[in-house]
Structures are given as structure tokens and as C-alpha cells.
Design a protein around this ligand. Structure first.
Ligand code: TRP
Ligand code: SF4
Length: 400
């Protein structure tokens, strides 16, 4: 395993559905075998829009923990934790709030959008405005290289990068930086030192992003560097100071389109979901009534899969052979919609019943789940404490 770190989080919204699974969770399950992964339940984030009703929060947290484990997140390789159990998130959020211009937060697209979308809630709050900054703190606390998110979260990682840059610019000054960085480069060994210098030159002079990525990888692969030297070398690549908080990159999740039963995006707020632990009968019942191409009123009317949400699901679940069968059968009215849905129902049932079965085991052993999460919280806290020590030092808050 490479020692590159990945961090991501999810709001506890209760039972997850197929949209959450194919949009994020399934990708996390794969990432955990390629990177050192930290995944957390963003319970404080749930408060930014849901502060008025917190009674169900605890249940949602544990339901999500069970869903994660049942879907294949492996606590042996990933660190799974709850945000509020690592209070360092709040401390870093507070410290970063001091250097964050209000305009940056007001300009985040989701700020205005969500206020419009959720207009039944009072969202003129300090917490709601600060939500992207809380997310920045979540991320920067673990100093990850990558943040796997969907398109809708890219702006949040972008502001995180800006905040990291600003922090490093204000607090990344260090006495005799040049001398120290020179020593750190030499400690890479002569070959890697030369490579580091030439990659840095390519980035600084030609803006070669590939060179920057290679140089970062070179630094990160070196296990013998001290944390301070690693920060110096990463900071020196991009500018002239120490990178106390390295800028994370988005790892854009290629998300398939997962329509809900009414053809809109699958979402809890639309009430059009298929749950990750839905039983077989209910899956079949829901899919049988799922919206199809509206032009196919009668069985004898030909249809167009392009206009049918069921087709989007076939693209997630079906083999090429089945997809070809759908295409020709639909366009020629050779198959009916129920017939078309049959192989899909089979695949979805297969997927969710395997997950439901594993979920049941965790559900029956809540102490096991609590133990896994408690351990994850401890591991996360160790990392968080280290980062805060460096942050406090950079801000001259490390009083003796
Ligand atoms: N804002 C994310 C969402 O609503 C959840 C989240 C919170 C997150 N903190 C994060 C995602 C940090 C990635 C990294 O889905
Ligand atoms: Fe949709 Fe299949 Fe019916 Fe065509 S046959 S409209 S793809 S459900």
C-alpha cells in the first residue's frame, strides 16, 4: 500500500440507498485497498441544515455505520469514525475561521442554492454559512492527498485548497527556511535530490502539473523524512514556505446516473429510493412500478431507452448482452417493460440481499459496531492531534 492518504465523509441521513452506494460508497470500498483511508460520519454537518430536529441523529449515525460495514468498508484497512468524537475538527474550524474572508463563504454555490431549496428551514445561521469551512477543517486535519467526492462537492474542496494556501502564506514562514529545505533535499540522496530539483524547476518555470505531482509523490514515498522536512519539501515545491497544511486534490468519483423510481435523481428528499437493505419483494414491487419511457403507453408502442430511467439502471447493473437485448427489444416493441425489468430486478435483489445479510449481523451485534467506531475515532484523533500541534506551533499558540 502506498502511504498516500484519502479522506472523505458523509452526512448521516439514515438508511443509505442505491444512489449513495453507486455514487460514493462502492468507490470508497475500492479506494481503501489503494490508499490509507479515513472515512467519517459527518454528524456536525447534519446540524448545519438539520439543527432543529436532532432526535433521530444518533440512530442515523449507527444506521450509517452498519451500512458502511455491510457495503464492505473494512475497519482492518480503513479508519472509520464519527466527526463529533474528534473535537479537533471544531478547534481547527475555529482557528481557520479567523483567516477566512466572509466573501469566500458567501460565494460557495451551495450557500445560496440550498437556502432556496430548503426554504422551509431558517438557514440564515452562522453555522450554515460556515459549513464549507467546517468541511475544510475536516479535510485539512488529516492532511490527505486526495478527497474522493462527486461533482457537487468539488467547490468545497476548491475552497479548502484556497484556505490551505492562505494559511500557509500567513503562517508558513520559518526562520532559515532556505537552509533547512536545502538540508532536507540533500537527505533525499543525490539521485532523488537532483530529480526533486528538476521537477520543481519544471513546475515553477513551465507550470508543469505532472512534474508537481511526481515531485510530491517522491516526497511522500520517502518514509525516512521527518514530518517537518516533508512539509518543507512539499511547501518548497509550490512556493517559498513550509506547507503546514498541504493542499488536497479532488479525486472525482465517476458516478453513474442512478435514477429514482420517478425518474428524478435518487434522493431521500424525493422519496424515490431503493434502500441498501431493502427486501426482495419490496425491490421487485418498486421496480415494477418504476417510471419508463412515457411514449410507451401500450405494449405494442416502441420505446426509446434514452428516454427511460430504467435504462440508466441497466447501465449500472446489466451485462452488454442484456443491454443489447433491451435496446433492440425496446425499440422494436419486441419486449414489454415488465420483461425488460426482470433481469434488473434479479441483479438489484442479488446486490441488496447480500448487503442486507451482512448488515443484519452487525445489527445483531451493536457492541461490535461501537467497538469498531471507537477504535477508528482513536486512530483519527491521533492524526488530528498531530496536525493541531503543528498548526498551533505555526500560529505561535504552543505556549509552554
Ligand atoms: N459535505 C459533504 C456532503 O454533504 C460531507 C462532508 C463533510 C465531506 N465533510 C467532508 C466530504 C469532508 C468530503 C470531505 O456530502
Ligand atoms: Fe424502458 Fe425497458 Fe420499457 Fe424500454 S422496454 S421503455 S428501456 S423499461
Amino acid at each position: 500500500m502506498q502511504n498516500r492518504r484519502v479522506l472523505s465523509g458523509m452526512r448521516p441521513t439514515g438508511q443509505l440507498h442505491l444512489g449513495n452506494y453507486h455514487g460514493a460508497l462502492k468507490n470508497w470500498v475500492e479506494l481503501q485497498y489503494q490508499y490509507e483511508c479515513y472515512f467519517f460520519i459527518a454528524d456536525w454537518h447534519a446540524l448545519t441544515t438539520g439543527y432543529a430536529d436532532t432526535a433521530g441523529l444518533e440512530e442515523h449515525v449507527w444506521t450509517m455505520a452498519v451500512d458502511w460495514l455491510a457495503a464492505g468498508l473494512n475497519p482492518g484497512v480503513s479508519t472509520l469514525f464519527i466527526q463529533s468524537r474528534v473535537p479537533e475538527h471544531a478547534e481547527l474550524h475555529l482557528l481557520l475561521s479567523m483567516i477566512t474572508p466572509l466573501g469566500w463563504l458567501e460565494r460557495v454555490p451551495s450557500y445560496k442554492d440550498q437556502q432556496v431549496q430548503l426554504k422551509d428551514r431558517e438557514l440564515d445561521t452562522y453555522g450554515f454559512l460556515g459549513y464549507p469551512l467546517l468541511q475544510s477543517a475536516d479535510i485539512l486535519l488529516y492532511r490527505p492527498q486526495y478527497v474522493p467526492v462527486g461533482e457537487d462537492q468539488v467547490a468545497h474542496v476548491e475552497i479548502t485548497r484556497e484556505i490551505a494556501r492562505r494559511f500557509n502564506h500567513i503562517y508558513g514562514r520559518e526562520a532559515e527556511f532556505e537552509t533547512k529545505v536545502d538540508k532536507a533535499i540533500k537527505s533525499l540522496g543525490s539521485r532523488n535530490a537532483a530529480l526533486y530539483r528538476s521537477l520543481r524547476k519544471d513546475f515553477q518555470e513551465k507550470g508543469d502539473a505532472g512534474a508537481l505531482a511526481k515531485a510530491r509523490a517522491l516526497v511522500e514515498a520517502n518514509a525516512r523524512l521527518t514530518v517537518a522536512d516533508r512539509d518543507r519539501l512539499l511547501g518548497y515545491l509550490e512556493g517559498g514556505g513550509i506547507a503546514v497544511l498541504p493542499e488536497p486534490e479532488v479525486l472525482l468519483t465517476a458516478t453513474p446516473k442512478v435514477p429514482g423510481l420517478d425518474g428524478r435523481k435518487m434522493s431521500k428528499s424525493y422519496g424515490n429510493t431503493i434502500g441498501l437493505r431493502e427486501d426482495a419483494d419490496s425491490v421487485a414491487r418498486k421496480l415494477k412500478t418504476m417510471q419508463t419511457d412515457p411514449a410507451r403507453v401500450r405494449r405494442s408502442d416502441p420505446g426509446d431507452p434514452q428516454k427511460c430511467p430504467v435504462w440508466d439502471l441497466h447501465q449500472v447493473y446489466s451485462s452488454e448482452q442484456t443491454r443489447n437485448w433491451v435496446q433492440s427489444g425496446c425499440r422494436s416493441a419486441g419486449i414489454g417493460c415488465i420483461e425488460c425489468k426482470t433481469p434488473l430486478i434479479e441483479k438489484v435483489v442479488e446486490e441488496v440481499s447480500a448487503i442486507a445479510k451482512r448488515a443484519q449481523e452487525f445489527q445483531d451485534n451493536p457492541d461490535v459496531v461501537r467497538g469498531i467506531i471507537a477504535e477508528g475515532c482513536e486512530r483519527a484523533r491521533d492524526v488530528a492531534r498531530d496536525t493541531l500541534a503543528v498548526v498551533r506551533q505555526a500560529m505561535s499558540l504552543d505556549y509552554r
